[in-house]
Design a protein around this ligand. Structure first.
Ligand code: G3P
Ligand code: CA
Length: 340
């Protein structure tokens, strides 16, 4: 998509959020709407088993990832859940950032050139929230949104929640949050344990039940086990599974059954499913949902003639339960165009 088309689309989204014109999601499907006479959003209401679209770092295909603008755009494009990757600042504030370091998505090297560690990296855990507020959030490479506008800031988790809950109130939809604890073992080693503080924060916003509109995700099984057992969390949990080996123990029946003791689903790298699609049926047999990551226009796998074809193949042939995508509008359209 050209920068001009993206700009036009973003302007439309802003107008939609302001109530000025019709939304832009899939022309063939009922879009999210605040009009009470319109059809409800397919995934409106309490947590239910319909297939879901998860906006990966917000609408990160169009705007700098994990900014409030990217979250608002994801909301307007029809996402069912919006993802926040979480790291902690030095003063124990959760911020929305994919990396534990700041340099790939902010101008930290310009603002605080002397604050890198000996390895040349700028760790969020070495900065207070007030300091991180002075940074400009930027697109990472590949650059999908070129302008370096001063308006983009690193968002806090609290801001993300409050934005999504406020949009839920103003639109009548019930979009969920999908936070990921990033490297909790590393954070613990820095004297910044994440799990208890995370549960306390989300409970303040009403996320404390098995049917709360939230999925808690992590690559570290030990962190999910801690949340479930020692800390007694009842929230839906997703074990992320990376790597390139589709035969790894976690993806065998026994490994999946073990995961089901503390998780409601798995989030495998999409390539693992492409190599071994039967993982989905195995996971379902273990009682687990399957939410693979990450789908993007720029990385359509070679067998598929189009992005839409790839998305529909995963939704309907592989029978996944949801997907992480940088382009929630495309996933919404692919999903609902074929849903009766
Ligand atoms: O959390 C799902 C997916 O986002 C995992 O990959 O590296 O983008 O956080 P990553
Ligand atoms: Ca993530």
């Amino acid at each position: 998509m050209t920068a001009r088309r993206i700009g036009k689309r973003y302007l439309t989204i802003v107008m939609v959020l302001a109530g000025f014109c019709a939304p832009v999601v899939g022309a063939e499907t009922p879009p999210p709407s605040a009009d009470t006479d319109a059809l409800p959003h397919p995934n409106a209401g309490p947590l239910q088993p319909a297939k879901i679209v998860i906006a990966h770092r917000g609408a990160s295909g169009y705007l700098p990832e994990h900014t409030l603008a990217a979250y608002a755009m994801a909301y307007a494009l029809g996402a069912d859940y919006i993802e926040q990757d979480l790291v902690l600042t030095k003063d124990r504030q959760f911020i929305c950032l994919h990396d534990i370091e700041l340099e790939d998505t902010t101008n930290v090297d310009e603002v605080f050139p002397d604050r890198k560690r000996d390895n040349g990296k700028y760790y969020a855990a070495d900065f207070t929230l007030a300091e991180i507020r002075q940074l400009r959030a930027e697109s990472r490479t590949p650059v999908r949104f070129e302008p370096r506008l001063d308006g983009f800031r690193v968002a806090t988790f609290v801001e993300a929640i409050e934005l999504i809950q406020a949009l839920n109130a103003s639109t009548g939809r019930d979009v969920g949050i999908y936070p990921e604890l990033k490297q909790p073992a590393w954070h613990r080693g820095q004297g910044l344990p994440m799990e208890a503080a995370f549960l306390e924060l989300v409970a303040r916003y009403g996320y404390n039940r098995p049917d709360s509109r939230i999925y808690v995700q992590c690559f570290e099984a030990d962190s999910l086990k801690l949340l479930r057992t020692e800390l007694g969390s009842q929230l839906p949990q997703i074990l992320l599974i990376g790597g390139k080996d589709p035969e790894q123990p976690l993806l065998q029946a026994e490994g999946l059954a073990q995961a089901a003791a503390y998780a409601q689903g798995i989030g495998p790298a999409r390539g693992l499913l492409e190599q071994r699609p039967e993982i989905v049926a195995l996971a379902h047999a273990a009682g687990l949902q399957v939410h693979p990551y990450t789908f993007a226009r720029e990385s359509v796998a070679s067998p598929y003639p189009s992005f839409r074809a790839e998305l529909q193949h995963f939704f309907f042939e592989y029978d996944i339960d949801g997907m992480f995508t940088d382009y929630p509008d495309a996933a919404y359209e692919a999903l609902h165009a074929k849903t009766p």
